[in-house]
Ligand binder design. Structure first.
Ligand SMILES: Nc1nc(=O)[nH]c2c1ncn2[C@H]1C[C@H](O)[C@@H](COP(=O)(O)OP(=O)(O)O)O1
Length: 238
């Protein structure tokens, strides 16, 4: 039977050499370390390519996957950065700086964290501060950065690093922020109070036809959990 991993307990990840007697296809009974054997480009554009990925599954079977990739990836780096920017001002609630823009693949506007591709030779931190300035006009200071994380691994190999940034909203440079948008970029900046983040997003979704980025919504759920229900899990455990 399939057993979920409990990372709370000291235990190792399932090893592929199988040792069970039944024939169910649980990963823990697999015999092979899955791996990619061939990547063939089917179609390519300026920004994206579509590949046919041949791989071996955990049971030694050769299979095919359809994969999209960005053509812009720099060696060793994530494709892009997402920026969780907290605007701190005297006598104001702390606000998360968000962007709303028309996204052609979605055919509608989305609500996202500011984000962008990492340029050649750039660090995630530098890319984050540059993109934040371009998209929102704010000048920030990096306070944290995640490892490289995947975005939609069933579709693409696209990766991002999320960079945490604080913005001193009282500083002269941030009192009248001016965007530096490139050709074809149309970005609205929204300031959403951190302590009402999920509610404000829900209100916005009722008011406007927008799709919210899943990272944003999950951040909102986490914030709600932290602000309003910090003990809920402990209660459930008793
Ligand atoms: N998949 C894409 N198709 C395009 O036609 N153009 C694209 C794609 N991805 C990026 N871009 C273009 C659009 C911008 O001019 C530049 C930079 O985008 P960036 O600001 O770094 O990233 P996003 O804000 O996430 O679009 O690339």
């Amino acid at each position: 039977m399939y057993k979920p991993l409990d990372l709370n307990k000291a235990q190792s990840f399932p090893r592929f050499p199988g040792h069970s007697t039944n024939k169910m296809t649980s990963p823990s009974e697999a015999t092979t370390i899955p791996h990619v054997v061939k990547e063939e480009v089917i179609a390519s554009g300026k920004w994206l390519k579509l590949e046919k990925t041949t791989y071996v599954d955990p049971f030694g079977n050769t299979r095919i996957w359809e994969t999209t990739k960005r053509t812009t990836r720099q060696t060793g780096a994530a494709d892009g950065v997402g920026i969780i920017a907290l605007l701190k001002r005297t006598l104001h609630k702390d606000c998360v700086v968000m962007v709303k823009q028309f996204r052609p693949p979605m055919g509608c506007c989305t609500l996202e964290f500011p984000a962008g591709l990492i340029d050649q030779g750039e660090s995630a931190e530098t890319a984050a501060l540059r993109e934040l300035k371009e998209e929102t006009g704010y000048k920030g200071e990096v306070v944290g950065v995640t490892p490289v994380t995947c975005l939609d691994p069933g579709l693409s190999n696209c990766t991002t690093q999320i960079v945490m940034v604080n913005i001193n909203g009282d500083a002269m440079e941030n009192t009248e922020p001016t965007q530096q948008l490139g050709d074809g970029e149309f970005v609205d900046v929204l300031l959403i109070p951190l302590d009402e983040f999920q509610k404000k997003i829900d209100d916005l979704m009722k008011k406007e036809k927008i799709i919210v980025d899943s990272k944003v919504y999950i951040y909102g759920m986490g914030m709600s959990q932290a602000f309003f229900k910090p003990n809920e899990l402990r209660v459930l455990k008793q």
